[in-house]
Ligand binder design. Structure first.
Ligand code: SF4
Length: 443
């Protein structure tokens, strides 16, 4: 076993390696072993987070490029291409074109996706609100009715989920059964959205645009082909492709699209509008804060108070943050963690069983620093590894947008309220269980 660099299998869905460029400097191995506790433990295990690629000064490891496959779908007149954008893309895209500012460029991003040929552009922040409705209800059921083991882990980060399945399968039932926001967006697009727009789901090509390389793995999980199974097409994935923010930027440059000249435009509907709670999903601590706002309103029957609208104890660029919140007379112990190695230390500590809810994201600072996020432009050159200064700017951008928004609690999203009323019923009820929840395996 060569311990100077990480092994990348040729069929890795998330990253590729060009061995000719590798100088065995060891940066990839250091990140993977120290931050994630993976390299050095198992030669072939990979959680697909791509942080090795973000740290590679030679660009020997890079996120897999799926632009050609999506282009082919766009050029097929039979196909309806639906793009769904994760919260962090809008604070990463601009960094590929000018200075590294983490500016919030939602309207420009939507126009960019129309310019490359998207038929619809939707927002994953809407499904982040849906995730909170499901995951929050599941947490309430576990805490108040013993419906599952505690602490409950978040399950939005596919690299973290794979880490638990690989190295701690005995704890897999602690993972929320709620799918990730993209895991929910796919089946809702190929059922409810398709019906609303009179589209044949078999012609819809759903492309998630994300900061995340691990999502390229997540969409290959066969248990996520739920919409297809309902129409006798178990081979039909809920989400067909994932392209990263970096790929989107590269695509715009390749096509000679005038990025600076793009006018802002709005998302399509439905699934085109999230609340502030959905927007902050990209930040470490964002899922926790969103869940606390919703749990407070569900249990107390009133709007989340100001303290929970800007809940500082779960914010900021610290690897492990712990807090206790009182909701409906019940003390909830929560923890927010980034880096799977940090998570593992918490899982192995005496404190572990004192928590009710633990949010884990693999990437430093959360998805805003996923391996698919731009690391520089022609003007700045590549910044490798990514800097904490930029991470903080992107984090602040998402919180600023949340603060600016009128609706900041997932329970108040009118599109999601309508979705439950017309189609799903109640959170964690029969239809939601089929479309929006999943299960995990020991790997
Ligand atoms: Fe992907 Fe976000 Fe997890 Fe990083 S933290 S692996 S970007 S889901």
């Amino acid at each position: 076993m060569n311990e100077a660099y990480v092994y990348v299998a040729p069929d890795n869905p998330a990253i590729v390696k060009n061995n000719d460029l590798c100088t065995s400097c060891g940066h990839c191995f250091a990140v993977c072993s120290e931050d994630n506790g993976v390299a050095g433990r198992d030669r072939v295990a990979c959680i697909n987070c791509g942080q090795c690629a973000a740290a590679c000064p030679e660009q020997a490891i890079t996120p897999r490029n799926d632009i050609a496959k999506v282009r082919a779908e766009i050029n097929d007149p039979q196909k309806i291409v639906v793009f769904s954008t994760s919260p962090s893309v809008r604070v990463g895209l601009d960094d590929a074109f000018g200075q590294l500012t983490g500016d919030y460029v939602e309207g420009k991003m939507v126009s960019a996706l129309r310019a490359i040929g998207g038929d619809y552009v939707l927002d994953v922040t809407a499904s982040a609100d849906l995730t909170i409705m499901e995951e929050g209800t599941e947490l309430i059921n576990r805490v108040l009715h013993g419906a599952g083991p505690l602490p409950q882990f978040t399950s939005c980060c596919p690299a973290w989920v794979k880490f638990v399945e690989t190295f701690h399968p005995d704890l897999k039932d602690h993972l929320s059964s709620a799918k990730s926001p993209i895991g929910m967006q796919g089946p809702i697009i190929k059922t409810y959205f398709a019906a609303k727009h009179g589209l044949d789901p078999q012609n819809i090509v759903h492309v998630a645009v994300t900061p995340c390389t691990a999502k390229k793995f997540e969409i290959t999980r066969p248990e996520l082909n739920v919409a297809g199974r309902s129409i006798g097409r178990p081979d039909l994935p809920d989400t067909d492709y994932v392209i990263t923010t970096k790929e989107l930027a590269k695509w715009l440059i390749e096509d000679g699209i005038d990025y600076e000249g793009l006018e802002d435009s709005d998302f399509d509907s439905i699934l085109g509008k999230g609340t502030g709670a959905g927007v902050i999903f990209g930040n470490t601590g964002g899922v926790m804060e969103a869940a606390l706002r919703a749990a407070y309103t569900i249990l107390e029957g009133k709007p989340a108070n100001n303290a929970l609208l800007d809940y500082e104890p779960v914010r900021g660029l610290t690897g492990v943050k712990c807090s206790t919140v009182t909701v409906a007379g019940k003390e909830l112990r929560v923890a927010v963690v980034y880096g799977t190695h940090n998570a593992e230390k918490l899982m192995e500590s005496d404190q572990f069983n004192t928590f009710h809810f633990i949010e884990v994201m693999t990437c430093p600072g959360g998805c805003i620093s996923g391996a698919g996020q731009p690391q520089g432009s022609e003007e700045t050159g590549l910044v490798i590894p990514p800097s904490n200064t930029l991470r903080k700017k992107r984090i602040a951008s998402l919180y600023r947008e949340d603060e600016r928004m009128t609706l900041r609690n997932s329970v108040d999203n009118p599109e999601i309220q309508e979705l439950y009323k017309e189609f799903l019923g109640k959170p964690c009820d029969d239809m939601s269980k089929v479309l929006l929840h999943t299960h995990y395996y020991a790997r």
